[in-house]
Design a protein around this ligand. Structure first.
Ligand code: NAD
Length: 321
């Protein structure tokens, strides 16, 4: 699908990854609907986008993805305003282990709500034009593939002090600030050591549950779309650490609850694996739009390997009857 001329709706669009996705979509010629609970940030960003891309290319709708009525209205307003809907990115997410029910409600329920609303507007078998849905997962997710990860591997990567950085040097005084980009030789060393894959995060069990759920739901509904000929491709993106405000949530007891004590471990992991910039995730969305063969794909993004895909053996394919 060419992004040029399409209409996209992105949740969690006022900052971080969603903000970068919005800009990338606009730069590729789409019109965009920004959905976010953060009123001030959303309005400010919309004003900036009007100045940069011209009025009429972006609208901002205040909406809480946990509220079915608000989200239903936000989709309808988008279609009423632009006359169609082609791309939906369910990106809104939080990291809160203390208020874990809220985390499930935003990350998982919000994504399911957004997917069903997107299908309602886009399904070809129900009169729509078809389209693309992208659901934002994370590398902090469990998934069945080849069973390559042993329990000791899991513990080593989550709880033991991380080995010294292989691919990046830290700049600045904070542990989770910018890391330099790896060169080709560094990349090869890291690949040889191991590229981080999908893996439950010991200090974020509920976050991991939501992000695993997103992968499971997306792969299942993608298979349903194929069987039912919805004409809608549904894929997920699982990035490693990304340089956004969400990373700072690990510094607060009110976010992490009893896992707050693992702050230093998580920061060591950030140091070891590196931190992505939001732009590469945004570019991942464009790749998923442009590659019409992808449905049910799990795009992984890491500092060491860039954009690549989870490979599922035949026994792990979604069952299509
Ligand atoms: P962020 O905190 O910078 O941005 C999240 C956005 O979602 C904010 O604008 C916030 O206002 C909005 N939001 C939160 N709750 C909402 C709700 N109920 N309704 C509507 N909007 C809501 O975080 P981010 O890093 O940009 O995260 C975006 C997505 O990427 C999340 O799903 C997150 O889990 C995922 N992710 C982040 C990282 C990372 O390291 N930053 C890594 C992998 C995946």
């Amino acid at each position: 699908m060419e992004v040029e001329g399409k209409v996209a709706l992105v949740t969690g669009a006022a900052q971080g990854i969603g903000k970068a996705i919005i800009r990338e979509l606009l730069e590729n010629g789409a019109s965009v609907s920004l959905i976010d609970i953060a009123v001030e940030k959303g309005e400010e960003y919309k004003t900036l986008l009007d100045e940069e891309f011209g009025e009429g290319k972006a609208i901002f709708i205040v909406c809480d993805v946990t509220n079915q009525d608000q989200l239903t209205d936000a989709f309808q307003q988008t279609v009423d305003h632009f006359g169609k809907l082609n791309i939906v990115v369910n990106n809104a997410g939080i990291n809160n282990e203390k208020n874990w029910e809220k985390t499930i409600n935003v990350n998982l329920n919000g994504m399911i709500r957004g997917t069903y609303l997107a299908l309602k507007h886009m399904r070809k078998d129900e009169g729509g034009e078809g389209g693309l849905i992208v659901n934002m997962s994370s590398l902090a997710a469990h998934t069945c593939t080849s069973g390559l990860f042993s329990r000791s591997h899991f513990i080593q990567r989550n709880l033991a002090p991380a080995p010294p950085p292989l691919i990046a040097t830290q700049s600045g005084s904070r542990a989770c600030t910018k890391l330099s980009q790896p060169n080709q030789q560094d990349r090869e060393r890291e690949r040889a050591a191991h590229v981080p894959g999908l893996m439950p995060a010991a200090h974020q069990p509920v976050y991991t549950a939501t992000k695993s759920g997103i992968i499971g739901f997306t792969r299942a509904i993608a298979a349903a779309s194929e069987v039912g000929q919805y004409g809608v491709r549904i894929n997920t993106i699982a990035p490693g650490f990304v340089n956004t405000a969400l990373l700072q949530s690990i510094e607060h007891e009110e976010n992490m609850g009893e896992y707050y004590k693992y702050e230093a471990n998580i920061k060591e992991m950030m140091n070891h694996y590196g931190i992505l910039e939001p732009l590469i995730v945004a570019k991942g969305v464009i790749e998923l739009a442009e590659n019409d063969t992808l449905n049910g794909a799990v795009m992984k993004i890491t500092v060491s390997a860039g954009i690549h895909y989870e490979e599922y053996g035949p026994q792990y394919q979604a069952k299509i009857c």
